[in-house]
Design a protein around this ligand. Structure first.
Ligand code: FPP
Length: 253
């Protein structure tokens, strides 16, 4: 099993590296993009998949090692059934169409989120994507699907509580590292940069634990229009930030 060297307080204090190792993205604005063109919302999501392909490609070219995207939240079940079906269909189509290429290109695919209440065919495909790419390590693409940050934290807590109940670990053995290892993003460094598109400025229950020290960049671009230039701009903003992880600037008195 491959993992990416950890970044974080112990290793990256001070001015940020120019290129983030891990970029998390809230791909927002598909609906507005479609509405502005008189198209159904699903058309915005469809174009959103294209933007995802292009962004992953651009990220790899820039030397980013991990990208994690929010593509269906546990709260998105509240949307009209037709839109939920369209999003499920797009995930299926994405895996079916892109899995062989991603595998060939050394991309490790993970799906973060609960498998409970996922249709069986999707759960199978998701398992297949993870299994088929488990030995890849050139790039890490994580798709958060049926994902909620609080739900993930609750699931991790339940799993650790089970270990305590079975006597496998003691309560005092639970450290931040052990907790991180119980999350869906185990083996990935925490995101250095979190981008949200479409001008909204919220975290919306995405990677709540993992983004404790992430730099937040908000882009006005609607997700279907997001491209390599928009990614470059977000990374340039990140590169100009100073990351202190609660400490003071080196040399400050
Ligand atoms: C938010 O925009 C976006 C989503 C809820 C879904 C994101 C999904 C994709 C980009 C495509 C799916 C990709 C895969 C791999 C399945 P919104 O619909 O809330 O937009 P709005 O705020 O303008 O209404």
């Amino acid at each position: 099993m491959s993992s990416v060297p950890a970044t974080g307080p112990a290793t990256r204090q001070g001015a940020s590296d120019a290129i983030p190792a891990h970029v998390a993205i809230i791909m927002d604005g598909n609906g507005r993009w479609a509405k502005a063109r008189g198209l159904p919302r699903a058309a915005g999501h469809e174009r959103g998949v294209e933007a995802l392909r292009n962004t992953v490609e651009a990220a790899r070219e820039m030397g980013i090692r991990c990208v994690t995207v929010f593509s269906f939240s546990t709260e998105n079940w509240r949307r009209p059934t037709s839109e939920v079906s369209a999003l499920f269909g797009l995930l299926k189509a994405y895996i079916r169409r892109d899995l062989a290429r991603l595998k060939r290109e050394g991309v490790r695919v993970r799906i973060a989120g609960t498998r409970d209440n996922l249709p069986e065919d999707i759960a199978k495909l998701v398992d297949e994507a993870e299994r088929e790419t488990a030995h890849n390590s050139a790039f890490h693409l994580t798709v958060a699907f049926n994902y909620g940050g609080r739900e993930e934290i609750v699931r991790a807590t339940q799993s650790l509580a089970g270990k305590v109940a079975r006597g496998e670990i003691a309560p005092g053995d639970i450290t931040e590292n052990l907790f991180s290892a119980a999350l869906d993003t185990r083996d990935l460094p925490d995101p250095d940069l979190l981008i949200r598109t479409s001008g909204e400025r919220r975290i919306s229950n995405f990677l709540l634990w993992q983004c404790a020290y992430s730099e937040l960049v908000f882009s006005d671009v609607l997700w279907p229009d997001f491209d390599s230039e928009a990614l470059r701009q977000a990374v340039a903003e990140f590169a100009g930030r100073e990351r202190r992880y609660g400490a003071v600037t080196a040399g400050a008195s």
